[in-house]
Design a protein around this ligand. Structure first.
Ligand code: F6R
Length: 243
């Protein structure tokens, strides 16, 4: 695992956007796994700026979601499908058929999870998966004690994560769905390159446990230690718990 400490979130965004651009120059139809939440926004902004400047042609890039809420009505602005469309797919000018995600409104959620794992494999696998990290060490929505071998499945969010995400739902935790579909940790580890971005002091303990602690289901992000090509990009605040 490579750990890169950058001065701030903006620098982290620039660094990762440059890595994505370099991947796309090598592989025009790269499958890019994206995360939602606040942390990756500087990456998406920096990448869109490169596209606007003509520095990289992303027209054949494919994008896939990491996770999705279960039970939000189709088109809900906080569904992760709507979020990724708004933050990534549209700014990059990609057609919707180059974007895939799990179906959080499926009647048979289990079947939707299995279908998504198959779709990812059928698409040739994820080339670069961008990850954030929860304050409890989750990646995707694999909360503590998730199996390190898990595949895409339905999970129940912890109260901590629902509280963390209430800011996207008018600060009302009751509006935050209780269930999600998430790529499993095993699914995430199938990506060829994992890039985790963490910014801010609130992530310092989770980053220290993930990077320097034992590999343990209690800290899902520690699974990155098992991956042959994992990069952890942290700003100085998020790095403050590292030895
Ligand atoms: C979202 C996701 C989550 C977030 C994590 C951090 O798709 O997979 O693991 O990355 O909850 O969220 P922020 O970046 O909002 O602190």
């Amino acid at each position: 695992m490579e750990v890169v400490i950058v001065p701030d979130a903006r620098a982290g965004g620039e660094l990762i956007a440059a890595a994505i651009a370099s991947l796309v120059r090598r592989k025009r139809d790269a499958l890019l796994g994206v995360a939602t939440g606040s942390t990756p926004l500087p990456v998406y902004e920096a990448l869109a700026a490169k596209v606007r400047a003509g520095a990289v042609d992303v027209s054949r890039v494919r994008v896939c979601q990491l996770d999705e809420y279960v039970g939000l009505p189709a088109g809900h602005p906080e569904s992760y499908r709507a979020t990724v469309l708004r933050q990534v797919v549209e700014p990059l000018g990609l057609p919707a058929d180059q974007f895939m995600g799990p179906d959080g409104s499926a009647e048979d959620v289990q079947a939707a999870c299995e279908a998504y794992d198959k779709a990812l494999a059928g698409a040739g696998g994820v080339d670069l998966q961008l990850l954030g990290i929860g304050t409890d060490g989750h990646i995707g929505f694999n909360e503590p004690c998730s199996s390190l071998a898990s595949r895409t499945r339905i999970k129940t969010l912890t109260e901590q994560t629902r509280a963390d995400n209430a800011r996207f739902f008018g600060d009302d935790i009751e509006q935050v769905p209780q269930h999600v579909i998430t790529q499993g940790i095993g699914t995430i580890l199938n990506a060829r390159h994992l890039v985790l971005l963490a910014t801010g002091e609130g992530k310092a303990d989770a980053v220290a446990a993930a990077v320097e602690g034992p590999v343990a289901a209690l800290v899902p992000a520690s699974a990155l230690q098992l991956h042959p090509h994992a990069t952890v990009v942290v700003d100085e605040a998020a790095a403050s718990g590292l030895k």
